[in-house]
Design a protein. Structure first.
Ligand code: SAM
Length: 247
């Protein structure tokens, strides 16, 4: 059974991309239940159960990070997204700002105004979703510290600068798989293994890295042990400890 934590199928309609959360063509969403499972597995594999600073180093629109925060705010001290695509970072900022003070009520007001202007019931429904998400965020701990920065995931120096002294405990990322998004940057040939080495080098030893990709398996060599791996549908997921991936 792939799902060990997100064992029940829930209605995540409020989290649809392009409803409350900002989206644009070419920016893929991510299955919400799988995102939740990945986060909960990462938390369960940490030595300490204290809330985590969560980082996505290929954050795209930050759909994954935003959804995780809206589901698991109480397990987090903050979220950080980095990417090297400026259009993605613009969307990421908009999405992560929903987690800030008044972010979801402002989004609800914006959607309500659009519902009135265009007479579209979908905007009115999204406005209600934003209010529900705002209540949920408040119940789980309220606004969450967040940061967005430009950084090439293959460049440890740029990553270090982007983190600016922050020490992420959990890295969760949905890496490029060549359909809607592809690796870019000067060291793109280094692929998944290069990314793991680079990201690990800026983390504390006990940080946990969770990677989702398309296909049957997360393809990195076996010299570096995984904490666990599993598959859901067309996606494979693997968990690593930062200490096991230094190149
Ligand atoms: C599958 S998408 C991630 C989607 C994201 N998790 C979300 O929820 O929106 C992969 C992302 O990797 C980014 N990417 C590709 N090469 C990169 C690199 N060298 N450094 C950082 N990000 C990179 C792309 O710009 C793209 O946004």
């Amino acid at each position: 059974m792939a799902y060990r934590f997100a064992v029940t199928r829930e209605n995540h309609e409020d989290l649809s991309a392009g409803g409350v959360l900002f989206s644009a063509p070419g920016f893929p969403a991510f299955p919400v239940r799988l995102a939740s499972e990945m986060f909960q597995r990462a938390m369960a594999s940490r030595a300490s159960g204290v809330p985590a600073l969560v980082w996505d180093p290929c954050c795209g629109s930050a759909y994954l990070l935003t959804v995780l925060a809206l589901l698991h705010r109480d397990g987090m001290t903050g979220v950080m997204g980095t990417d090297l695509d400026d259009a993605a970072l613009e969307l990421a900022r908009q999405n992560l700002d929903l987690l800030g003070p008044g972010g979801l009520s402002a989004r609800s007001a914006q959607l309500q105004e659009r519902a009135a202007r265009f007479g579209k019931p979908s905007y009115a429904r999204a406005a209600e979703s934003a209010l529900r998400l705002g209540d949920r965020l408040a119940a789980l701990g309220g606004p969450l510290p967040r940061a967005v920065a430009h950084a090439d995931v293959f460049d440890p120096e740029r990553l270090r600068r982007a983190l600016d002294g922050r020490r992420p405990d959990v890295v969760i990322t949905d890496v490029p798989y060549g359909e809607q998004t592809a690796w870019s940057g000067t060291d793109a040939d280094a692929g998944l293994a290069g990314m793991l080495c680079s990201v690990s080098s800026v983390l504390d030893d006990d940080a946990v890295i969770v990677i989702a990709t398309r296909g049957r398996r997360v393809l990195v060599d076996e010299a570096h042990p995984r904490i666990a791996s599993f598959r859901v549908g067309t996606r494979a997921v693997a968990l690593f400890r930062a200490s096991s991936r230094r190149g």
